[in-house]
Every structure is written in C-alpha cells, then in structure tokens.
Design a protein. Structure first.
Ligand SMILES: [Zn+2]
Ligand SMILES: [Zn+2]
Ligand SMILES: [Zn+2]
Length: 490
C-alpha cells in the first residue's frame, strides 16, 4: 500500500467538536478531496438476496454461496474477490445455523479485519476504530437495552476458537458503528442497500451547510472487464465549492430542509451532539422555510398560517394512507385542495408547501398527468433553489426529476434547461463517472436534439413526442418529415 499517494488532509483539534479533518491545500468545486475503501461493510438483512455481498450492486439473479447459503454475488469473480473476507463469516454462519443481524455481522467483519490486517489496514488510514467515539455514555435506556442485546448476539456468533473479547470493547464497536456507520447505496445511487465503516470519513465533522459531500462510487461498472467489478466500493469526499488551505472539511449528516431546531433534534437523537453550526445558531433560512405571504394584516396572517399548517399536517397523514392503499386519485384530490389554500397563504419556500408539491408531482407523474406534474415540480424546484446550497446533491436530483417531468410534458425547452442544470450540479457532487451523471449526459444530448427539432417544426416534434409517450410507431408522413429535418440539421 506504499504506492498510495498521500491525501491532502490532516487531523486537527476542532475545539468542542473533538477531532476534525482539514485540508492541506486549496480546493475547488468538484475536487475529490480523498477516496476511501470501507474498513468493513455488510449488506442489509432485507437485501441479502438481491445485492452482491462484494460490490453492493443490485443483481437480478445473484450467485449464492453454496456453503452458508446466505452470501450472494454477481458472479464467481465477485465471489472469489470476497472470499478472503467472507471465509470466517461463512464458517460462523454455518456453525450458528443462520446469519445474525447486520450490525452483528458488521462488528464481526471489523474484528476479523483487525485481527488480520491490524487496526490500521492501509497507510492512508488516519485513525482506528479504537479511537472513534461510541457515545455509549450518552445513550438512553432503550438504546442501551438494544446494545446489550447486540453484544449478547455477537458473543453467540463469534467463534469460540478465537480470542474472546471483553464486553466493554464489543459495546464500543457497536457504539462506533451506530454513530459512524455510512449507508451504502446501490449502483444507481437510489436505494440504501448496506452499511459500512470508513475511518477517515468518520473524522469529518457535521455542518448543516457543509463544504463537502460524500458519494459512493462503485468503480467502473460499464467496464466489460469483470475484474473491475471486484474492486471494493469506495466513498469519495468531494468539495462543493472553493475551500481554502487549512479550512475544516465538513459534510451534512441530515437533509437541510428542516428548520434549525428540528435538525438539531434529529442530530441529537441519532448522533448525540448539539449542532452549533452557523446555520443552526443563527437560524439561517428558518424564516424562509416558515414564511407566509404578506397580506398586510399581521394578526390575520398569523391566524391563517396556523389554520393552513393544521390542514397541511392533516393532509400529509391522509395522503400517506391513500398512497399506501394505492388510491392515487384520492392523493391527487387531497393535494390539489391543500395546495390551493397553501398557495394563497404560504410563501413559495414554505416547507409544508414544498413537501406537498413533491408528493403531488411524484403521483401525477405516475398517473401520467405530466403537465400538472411539471407545474408542481417547477414550483418545488424554485423553492428548493432558494433554500439549498447551489451545489447540493438533493437539489441536483430534484432538478433532474423535474427536468424529466417537463420533458415528458412536452415542455422541451424547460426540460432541456433543467437537465443541463442538474448535470452541472451532479458533475460536482457525483463526478463525471457516476452512472447518474452518465444518464444525465445522455438525456442532455437527447433533449438537445429534440429541442432543435421543436424549433424547426413544432408540429412534427409534437407528433414524435406523442408517439414516443404512447409507445406507438410514427405515421409515414411524420417519418418523412423527421428525415427531412435530420437532413437539414446536417
Ligand atoms: Zn458463505
Ligand atoms: Zn458483485
Ligand atoms: Zn446545524
């Protein structure tokens, strides 16, 4: 591992946040600050049969480990690559008769790795699991009860032939993965499929308005060479904007779209710290997230805002129920009624309104009512843009979905612009090699071509679009016209 080049980061004392990580050189938006392979990682229990236990890609027909019948792989290449890590786990699962839950599997994998490769497995690793915070002392009674249960399960699973471990040490490891475990997503980046521990990433402190973002990179999966599939998944820490030399690096552990006190509450509950970041301590953007429309009469406005808030909360509940039963027509009806009231009284950045617009555009798209879905998506994205950091990954994904909705609705100009905008954001947050960025690049080319056609002959464009949406072939005269347009474009 001596070939590994040194990452431009160093550990430093970040005051009451404990240790932190800072950069040793100036960075610009989209720079990869460092990449890191997991120290240990496992597939979620619920995904164990659908996701490769080596590369975390979703697989339709995975290859099963014949011995434990628990681990699944893309193919023999992935299985072989994973064997060194799976060997002891495989034997333990066979002895136990079944696989224990994911947290127990993860702690065991981390222990096996430690015993084999040492607490510091690679040169670039800046800390070890021993030195990471476990917050066991801060845990509430029910968390402690669960922890004790986990330790018990671990001791039943851990091979009797191996060095036994103290209860305190096992508790420490469970605490570490609870507060530091990083969710691994599938190759599209759309669904969480597992959890891993990345020691250097653990050193990056939280900020609700961070200067970096983390993305999981599955390597080059379009590569035909299957040996590239067997590489360990790595996270990339990417800069969201210019960062000066010596500046602390930060990521956000929670979505920004909550008012400061709600974000603080969530962080306290899951990560056991009081967020004192600038956005929390000054309540920055809180006013926008709760803003009402200015009607002149303050008292009446407050009264009406209270009313519409109650209606919104009730509507969210009803929408959820209707969605679960598949009653999408009712979802649309509920959304329309509530949105009408919200639009009159709430500002376009109010969280209640944005949440409902998000639900409405999703369901309307599903029902193929693309025109109305696009209207909702456009209002939602306009609100998001006033709240999120301009290079926020959630914002980029929302603009991408809104762009596709507009495209489907025949708003080709708007659709193309949004897809270009989303592409710009994802180049920073996901990088040029991520599959979603590739998708966007393809959509950008396609919409650009369609936009050209639209400008040349709108009627032909509409015929082509409708045929595509209905999955029908083009009529002969339209086909001829498309050919002519294509010739003219050359
Ligand atoms: Zn096995
Ligand atoms: Zn695989
Ligand atoms: Zn904060």
């Amino acid at each position: 591992m001596t070939l590994e080049k040194k990452d431009p980061v160093e550990v430093f004392n970040a005051g009451n946040k404990g240790r932190g990580l800072r950069t040793t050189k100036a960075l610009v938006a989209g720079d990869v600050v460092f990449t890191e392979a997991s120290y240990a990682a496992v597939v979620f229990d619920s995904m164990s049969m659908d996701v490769c236990h080596n590369c975390f890609r979703r697989q339709a027909n995975p290859h099963r480990c014949a011995q434990c019948k628990f681990a699944h792989y893309c193919d023999r290449t992935c299985q072989r690559a994973a064997w060194d890590e799976h060997k002891r786990e495989c034997a333990a699962i066979r002895t136990a008769g079944r696989a224990p839950k994911e947290s127990v599997r993860l702690v065991a994998r981390a222990m096996w790795r430690m015993q084999k490769h040492g607490a510091k497995a690679v040169d670039s690793q800046l800390t070890t699991l021993d030195f990471l915070q476990d917050h066991v002392a801060d845990m509430a009674a029910d968390d402690l009860k669960e922890l004790e249960d986990d330790v018990q399960r671990f001791q039943e699973y851990w091979p009797k032939s191996r060095r036994s471990l103290s209860k305190e040490y096992i508790s420490h490891l469970f605490g570490v993965i609870k507060v530091n475990g990083f969710a691994l997503s599938d190759q599209r980046g759309l669904q969480a499929v597992g959890v891993g521990i990345f020691p250097n990433l653990c050193l990056v402190n939280h900020d609700c308005w961070p200067n970096c973002t983390v993305i999981l990179n599955h390597g080059n999966q379009s590569a035909l060479d299957p040996t590239l599939h067997s590489q360990r998944s790595r996270i990339e820490l990417r800069a969201l904007g210019p960062i000066e030399e010596g500046e602390e690096l930060s990521v956000s552990y929670v979505d920004f779209l909550n008012v400061a006190k709600d974000r603080q509450k969530a962080l306290k509950k899951q990560y056991y710290f009081e967020c004192m970041c600038e956005h929390c301590s000054k309540g920055l953007k809180d006013d926008l997230m709760m803003a009402t429309k200015d009607t002149g009469d303050k008292k009446a406005a407050a009264e009406q805002a209270k009313e519409v808030t109650e209606l919104s909360l009730k509507t969210f509940e009803k929408v959820e129920v209707a969605r679960l039963t598949g009653d999408f027509e009712t979802v649309v009806k509920l959304c329309r009624e509530c949105l009408q009231k919200q639009e009159a009284l709430l500002a376009d950045t109010h969280l209640h309104q944005l949440r409902l617009l998000c639900k409405a555009s999703e369901v309307l798209s599903y029902l193929r009512n693309f025109k109305e879905a696009a209207e909702c998506a456009n209002r939602m994205v306009a609100g998001y843009a006033k709240l999120y950091h301009p290079n926020n990954a959630q914002l980029g994904m929302a603009i991408m979905r809104a762009g596709v909705t507009n495209w489907h609705a025949g708003n080709i100009e708007q659709g193309h612009n949004m897809i270009c905008q989303a592409y710009g954001i994802l180049l920073v947050t996901h990088g040029p090699h991520h599959p979603i960025t590739h998708d966007l690049e393809m959509m950008r080319t396609q919409t650009e071509m369609e936009l050209r056609m639209f400008r040349q002959n709108e009627k032909v464009y509409q015929c082509v679009r409708e045929a595509a949406l209905l999955g029908q072939p083009l009529s002969e005269p339209v086909k001829e016209q498309v050919k002519e347009l294509a010739m003219a474009a050359k």
